[in-house]
Design a protein around this ligand. Structure first.
Ligand SMILES: *[C@@H]1O[C@H](CO)[C@@H](O)[C@H](O)[C@H]1NC(C)=O
Ligand SMILES: *[C@@H]1O[C@H](CO)[C@@H](O)[C@H](O)[C@H]1NC(C)=O
Ligand SMILES: *[C@@H]1O[C@H](CO)[C@@H](O)[C@H](O)[C@H]1NC(C)=O
Ligand SMILES: *[C@@H]1O[C@H](CO)[C@@H](O)[C@H](O)[C@H]1NC(C)=O
Ligand SMILES: *[C@@H]1O[C@H](CO)[C@@H](O)[C@H](O)[C@H]1NC(C)=O
Ligand SMILES: *[C@@H]1O[C@H](CO)[C@@H](O)[C@H](O)[C@H]1NC(C)=O
Ligand SMILES: *[C@@H]1O[C@H](CO)[C@@H](O)[C@H](O)[C@H]1NC(C)=O
Ligand SMILES: *[C@@H]1O[C@H](CO)[C@@H](O)[C@H](O)[C@H]1NC(C)=O
Length: 483
């Protein structure tokens, strides 16, 4: 075991992600997927949810013989609250991201909790290549990794595994749903979190004739192409720990030197490998039990006589994993881990590194060559770091979108390390940033809870108010048009 791996171990302990190389770019899920790996949507949600499949076009952008192939794309509809086509009642559409849609249906609350007030149809669309929407077929069940493994190895089929094709799927499928329901004038709001939040905002920009507006939760659309300093992510992780406890921050910061020291001793690596365990914290640092706070309380409480800093840090790790210490440092392989690797090695190149000496992490600048080599080794491809901004924009976003775009909510929690790449200021009257100081990743679109703090309740209220405004304006315009 290398020292480097041990460093990673501690990082993984404190955050869900690690630094630099492509196989270490954080999954951008709204949820802690390691927690919810085996949900079965039909078993866990009520009968109001109906699952359908659509024969989706494999390749929207070419007219070669193979482009006409189709695959089954899964979508789930809940029409319990829908006001119906005759009333042009709206549609809330969740755009799936880098994982099976099952998890999202069970964990998200935003759509179902607000559908009644809008009399909205609720739709969840699965992202191509994940869950039951893989062009190579199912191969062993919706949560199995066989199909996605085969897909990313196949040089032909993986060429269709990208965000532009996924957005085109959503466009085609949403129109199909509207046609099927004769809901031609029903306005659609697209909703997504994290990578899915980016998709939602990009969808509004690319398909304004299909989506009236977008709620993009924790969408780091500016973490591409050096629009955001590479340090953003870990600066926020550091800040989260520093805010939890200054002493805790210092202890962790010093632990890196200690790791180097112990590692160079005879048997040092064996000692270290016994000390640390995996599991994630900062990105999903949600109330009421903020994991960073728990970790820091334990680190601070560990006797100062424990002069081996590592023991104190370890005490913190234990606090977070108390009931189920995980000695296994191999992260489970999931559809998300496999699929997201391909996505970050093709177009989702998010440069994350540590350069600041204030950081509690040791210096580890983003290394483009290391990233490229990793992708070359894994897939035999070179990533295209400029494509996301070329295709979707991002430079001078304020100037461009204030003149061109409308109806997008960018919601963020500033404790989420990914908020460093988010849109945090209003761009216009209708492109709005709704942020909270103490929020975490995608918190606003998760199910609401009794214990939710007031600022979270208010954030959701604000979002609902804005969407309500979009609807009112839309129906007003629709009436004018029909007169
Ligand atoms: C995420 O899931 C893992 C695996 O079940 C768990 O150990 C960890 O505590 C979870 N993290 C948070 C912040 O809930
Ligand atoms: C999911 O749950 C449903 C209902 O309980 C069951 O009929 C179905 O076989 C399950 N599917 C899988 C893949 O486990
Ligand atoms: C979808 O594709 C399947 C398999 O190719 C085919 O059997 C089915 O008839 C198609 N459904 C529609 C509605 O075109
Ligand atoms: C890759 O996928 C294509 C398209 O589905 C298929 O025709 C081909 O046989 C696959 N290649 C391999 C090596 O499996
Ligand atoms: C350990 O030392 C730190 C800093 O000197 C202090 O803030 C903390 O309260 C001490 N912890 C205990 C348990 O004495
Ligand atoms: C560690 O976890 C991985 C992934 O979940 C699993 O494949 C492996 O068998 C585990 N190893 C041990 C020793 O439990
Ligand atoms: C961090 O870097 C800044 C500027 O490069 C320097 O002024 C400062 O002394 C450094 N702080 C530490 C703790 O090394
Ligand atoms: C955020 O949380 C901290 C404590 O962790 C608290 O002191 C502060 O008032 C909170 N801020 C807001 C805006 O709720």
């Amino acid at each position: 075991m290398k020292v480097f791996q041990l460093l990673l171990l501690l990082v993984v302990t404190l955050t869900p992600i690690t630094i630099g190389a492509p196989n270490r770019t954080p999954p951008l899920s709204p949820i802690n997927r390691s927690l919810k790996r085996h949900t079965n949507v039909s078993a866990t949600v009520s009968n109001d949810f109906k699952t359908y499949f659509y024969n989706q076009t494999l390749d929207h952008f070419n007219f070669n013989p193979e482009s006409y192939a189709t695959f089954q794309q899964r979508y789930i509809i809940n029409s319990k609250w829908w006001g119906g086509a005759s009333k042009n009642a709206p549609i809330l559409a969740y755009l799936g991201a880098e994982g099976p849609i099952d998890d999202d249906v069970t964990i998200l609350g935003f759509l179902t909790e607000h559908a009644p007030r809008f009399k909205a149809l609720v739709v969840y669309l699965e992202h191509r290549f994940y869950g039951e929407s893989n062009p190579v077929g199912l191969k062993g069940g919706p949560q199995s990794i066989e199909a996605i493994e085969e897909s990313v190895k196949n040089k032909t089929i993986r060429g269709y595994f990208n965000s532009a094709q996924a957005l085109a799927d959503y466009a085609e499928l949403l129109l199909h749903i509207k046609n099927k329901l004769h809901a031609h004038n029903s306005p659609i709001i697209v909703i997504g979190g994290s990578y899915g939040g980016m998709l939602a905002s990009w969808f509004r920009l690319k398909y304004p004739h299909i989506a009236l507006g977008a709620l993009a939760s924790s969408a780091p659309i500016l973490y591409f192409d050096n629009l955001t300093p590479q340090d953003g992510y870990y600066s926020i992780v550091t800040k989260d720990f520093e805010e939890a406890s200054e002493n805790c921050y210092k202890t962790i910061k010093q632990s890196w030197n200690e790791i180097d020291r112990v590692a160079s001793m005879p048997n040092g690596l064996a000692i270290l490998s016994l000390k640390f365990k995996t599991c994630s914290a900062a990105q999903y640092n949600a109330p009421p039990r903020y994991p960073t706070t728990q970790i820091c309380q334990a680190i601070d409480a560990a006797s100062n006589a424990t002069d081996i800093i590592l023991d104190r840090v370890f005490a913190g790790v234990l606090a977070h994993t108390a009931k189920r210490p995980c000695y296994n440092m191999t992260q489970a392989v999931t559809q998300t881990s496999i699929g997201w690797q391909w996505q970050v090695c093709s177009e989702m190149v998010i440069p994350i590194g540590v350069t600041s000496n204030v950081s509690m992490f040791p210096s580890s600048p983003y290394d483009e060559k290391e990233y490229d080599d990793g992708c070359d080794k894994m897939f035999g491809v070179m990533p295209r770091p400029h494509w996301a901004t070329t295709y979707y924009g991002g430079q001078n976003i304020r100037m461009i979108l204030s003149k061109f775009g409308s109806n997008i909510i960018f919601s963020n929690g500033l404790r989420d390390p990914y908020s460093s790449g988010g849109v945090l200021e209003d761009i216009s009257d209708t492109i709005l940033a709704v942020k909270t100081t103490n929020g975490s990743h995608c918190l606003d679109i998760l199910k609401s809870k009794e214990t939710d703090p007031e600022w979270l309740v208010n954030q959701r209220k604000e979002e609902v108010k804005i969407i309500g405004r979009w609807f009112r304006k839309y129906y007003h315009n629709l009436r004018l048009l029909k007169q």
